[in-house]
Design a binder for this molecule. Structure first.
Ligand code: BGC
Length: 318
């Protein structure tokens, strides 16, 4: 039987593998536990009165015996209407049956970064385990729903242009471009969903442009000049994470996965000078100091911990 500590160990070694540095042991088990169905088991579901069926820590893995498990079913009305970004409902069996799981299926990537996921009674199974809800909730796709998170960073400088050093950790303070999401009001990395047939590197640039630079509401000329700056910045990135995300929208049959990439401006002369302006799904935007005490959307704090570690920047006061 898979225990929670075994799962923690599994995720810990996974983060270690994809890391470009060898300091992944520094990621604490407490931080990682947030990636193992904490948010994806919270009783209330965003935008709905439907409550998840209770699942305790030990009952999360599918391998743990839980014969009486009978999760509540919920798919949001907006998803059932089948907008372009959503699959057919299971009730619409002809279109539903044409979905090819675990493959690039026409324009949709239905492969998981976690490997082959199981299909049970025609439905894909969440690779981490139970969430207390079946259906798709707010997510459009059955199975993995892919997102991308651009983490744009610069060093914090004082008015004389010197790096600001944290008084207690004695390390320089790194800042990242943060947006405040309109949906949950939480601060977050300006990420977003990978569109059908879209390359992830394009999603990273597009989402950053739309949410942090308001590229949707600029003139053609401004857009061109911004595009050149963004192209420069996004030329070289360091992959921070690729995989399953503990997201409050996840269900037993639909879940979020993301690729988080750090684009760092060492001198502060390129990204550091971009004209930040919130747009699209973002209500506010700012350069935010990276610190362990930040409370952020989904698993974003875990990604920032990794960035601080790689850049040898301030993370915790002690
Ligand atoms: C967000 C990403 C986030 C992902 C998983 C997406 O909707 O835009 O920033 O990492 O969900 O939580």
């Amino acid at each position: 039987m898979l225990t929670l500590s075994f799962m923690l160990h599994k995720v810990l070694s996974k983060v270690g593998k994809m890391s470009s540095s060898s300091h992944s042991e520094a990621i604490s088990a407490a931080t990682l536990s947030r990636t193992i169905h904490q948010k994806a088991r919270s009783t209330s579901y965003p935008g709905s009165d439907t409550k998840r069926t209770f699942v305790n820590d030990e009952q999360v893995p599918w391998s743990s015996n839980f014969p009486e498990y009978n999760p509540v079913e919920y798919t949001a009305p907006v998803v059932k209407k089948q907008p372009v970004w959503a699959d057919a409902d299971i009730g619409n069996s002809a279109s539903f049956r044409s979905i090819s799981f675990n493959k690039v299926d026409g324009l949709v990537n239905r492969q998981s970064f976690e490997g082959i996921y199981k299909i049970q009674e025609r439905l894909p199974l969440n690779p981490i385990g139970r969430t207390g809800m079946k259906g798709r909730g707010l997510l459009g796709k059955w199975g993995p729903n892919h997102a991308a998170d651009p983490i744009v960073t610069r060093w914090k400088h004082d008015t004389s242009g010197n790096k600001v050093i944290h008084q207690l950790s004695k390390k320089p303070i790194l800042q990242f471009v943060a947006i405040q999401r309109r949906d949950t009001k939480e601060w977050a990395i300006p990420g977003g969903m990978v569109d059908n047939n879209e390359n992830v590197s394009l999603t990273l640039k597009r989402e950053f442009g739309e949410e942090a630079l308001n590229s949707l509401e600029t003139t053609d000329e401004q857009r061109k000049s911004l595009a050149t700056k963004i192209d420069q910045l996004f030329k070289e990135g360091t992959q921070i994470y690729k995989g399953y995300v503990d997201d409050h929208r996840n269900t037993d049959n639909a879940w979020m996965e993301t690729v988080a990439v750090n684009f760092h401006d060492e001198t502060g002369e390129s990204a550091g000078k971009l004209p930040l302006q919130a747009g699209d799904d973002a209500g506010n935007v700012c350069w935010m100091d990276i610190d362990a005490d930040l409370r952020l959307y989904a698993s974003h704090i875990v990604f920032l911990e990794k960035v601080a570690e790689i850049r040898n920047a301030h993370w915790k006061a002690n």
